[in-house]
Write a protein that binds this ligand. Structure first.
Ligand code: NAP
Length: 474
């Protein structure tokens, strides 16, 4: 069992109940965190609101870099912790930990940078002998709410930019995977972050998360999770800044001239990484009719060779999904597809929360398996005859997070980049490719168009103050 340390011990003194965390593969209890209630959420807001802290750029830079080094040095045990609470394979969680280290290092660099601007006022007949300057100031108190699918990296993507901009944060991680979040907070305190700048709190969402979201003492809610919960937050948050990073349904368009080994490789990574539980995971593989049979045969063959099973085995490629009920929903969506014209090429076996990597062919847009966000390791092949049809199929979804195209025909590639209604388009790479400080985020039901990624998140967590000074030119 994980001993998640002193924050939990401190909260234990007031907690009447506990949230137990189970390993989705073994069903063992791997840790527990105190369950807070509405009163505790209100108290957290009061405490954080009252705190007065200000770190210099140098201090923020140092803390973030120390956190990166700490997590890098402890990567094995942190990966194992995430694997134990999420069922994600060690291969996936090691990757996640490395990404989190990048987030912290990029935030450390950005903490040093001042983005002030200067506007000389002699540029207009209405001007004066003055200069206008800008400076960024922190918002003050931010609420961060995170999902289960990247238990550490989703948290780091909210807390690191908040530290870099001198904001205070109350973090409400997923009840299904809170252990990495608590471990991360301990690392932050150990590395010198004042406790008044970060508080982690867990509990029933109606009591805890909604109290935090509704509070008029909070300047911003940054949320990553499902579209349904994102819409609920938008409805109840009131007058405050919102970042909403929501569900996805990415398409991978495979053009007629695509190199098949490359296309299959991208599809495998795009569909199956993180057990298919990524907002950017490829949900529809749109393949030109002329190459679809060969593509499907190659993808099915690769899928049959994938090692799935015990997530803690370092050679496992695909671990479990988050729990048995999630695996059953995936199984049901696949079954419904097979009942109405879809063809099974590989997989579709379930034991508890473990669902075998699966390939379906002859999928149609109306099949639930692609019409909904089927959050698991299922590759769905849909065929197209023309680029117009492919683009229209890719856009036939409420989501607008990311997409990708594989091939070489530049006019087609350019049309895909321009016409996909998504926040990201990758060419000859999976939709999920990004750097941790490049802009990331979706449109339509995937988000309001505001971006994350370290730099954009820092902008969203600050406001720009303008001030002007007398200034005789030249
Ligand atoms: P979820 O069910 O929406 O939960 C996300 C977080 O919201 C959890 O901490 C959850 O707490 C909390 N929550 C639940 N009800 C709430 C309410 N009424 N008010 C405020 N907070 C509430 O999402 P999930 O199942 O954990 O994660 C999977 C989803 O996240 C997928 O749709 C995926 O596409 C999306 N996602 C999007 C991105 C992106 O960048 N666009 C990235 C990763 C994941 P509890 O644990 O208590 O339920």
């Amino acid at each position: 069992m994980d001993e998640t340390g002193t924050i939990i011990e401190a909260q234990q003194r007031v907690a009447a109940e506990w949230i137990e965390v189970r390993n989705p593969y073994t069903q063992e209890i791997v840790g527990r965190v105190p369950s807070a209630n509405k009163a505790a959420a209100e108290e957290a807001i009061r405490e954080m609101r009252a705190a007065r802290v200000h770190l210099t750029r140098h201090e923020r830079h140092q803390i973030l870099n120390r956190m990166a080094a700490h997590i890098e040095a402890d990567a094995d045990s942190i990966s194992l912790l995430i694997t134990s609470e999420s069922g994600l394979s060690l291969k996936d969680t090691r990757h996640e930990v490395a990404r989190s280290v990048d987030v912290l290092r990029f935030a450390a660099i950005q903490a040093l940078i001042d983005r002030s601007e200067v506007f000389p006022c002699d540029v207009s007949s209405l001007g004066q002998a003055r200069r206008i300057y800008t400076m960024s100031q922190p918002l003050n108190l931010i609420v961060a709410i995170t999902p289960f699918n990247h238990p550490l990296n989703q948290v780091v993507h909210k807390i690191a930019p908040a530290i870099a901009t001198n904001n205070k944060v109350i973090l409400k991680p997923s009840l299904q995977t809170p252990l990495a979040a608590y471990r991360f907070a301990e690392v932050a305190y150990t590395c010198g972050l004042p406790r008044e700048m970060l508080k982690v709190i867990c509990g029933g969402s109606l009591d805890v998360a909604e109290t935090l979201v509704r509070s008029d003492q909070v300047e911003m809610v940054t949320f990553t999770g499902s579209t349904a919960v994102g819409r609920r937050i938008a409805a109840i948050a009131g007058y405050k800044r919102l970042t909403l990073e929501l569900g996805g349904g990415s398409s991978l368009i495979v053009l007629q001239d695509a190199e098949l080994p490359k296309a299959v490789d991208i599809a495998v990574r795009g569909v199956f990484a993180n057990s298919g539980q990524r907002c950017t995971a490829v949900r529809r593989i749109l393949v030109h009719q002329s190459i679809a049979d060969e593509f499907a045969a190659r993808l099915a063959e690769r899928c049959r060779q994938m090692k799935f099973g015990d997530p803690a085995d370092a050679s496992t490629e695909v671990g479990t999904v988050i729990d048995e009920s999630a695996a059953r929903r995936i199984e049901d969506n696949v079954e419904a597809c097979l009942q109405s014209g879809g063809r099974l090429l590989a997989g579709h076996r379930r034991t508890g929360a473990l669902y075998a990597p699966t390939v379906l062919d002859d999928v149609r847009l109306e099949h639930r398996v692609v019409a909904e966000e089927t959050f698991g390791p299922v590759a769905c092949i849909l065929r197209f005859q023309s680029l117009d049809e492919a683009i229209s199929m890719a856009n036939h979804t409420p989501y607008g997070l990311s997409g990708a195209v594989v091939g070489n025909h530049w006019p087609s590639i350019q049309r895909v980049i321009t016409e996909l209604e998504t926040g990201t388009v990758n060419v000859n790479e999976a939709p999920g490719f990004r750097l941790e400080w490049s802009p990331f985020g979706g449109t339509k039901a995937s988000g309001l168009g505001t971006k994350e990624g370290v730099i954009e998140a820092m902008k969203s967590m600050t406001f720009v103050k303008a001030y002007s000074l007398p200034w005789d030119t030249p």
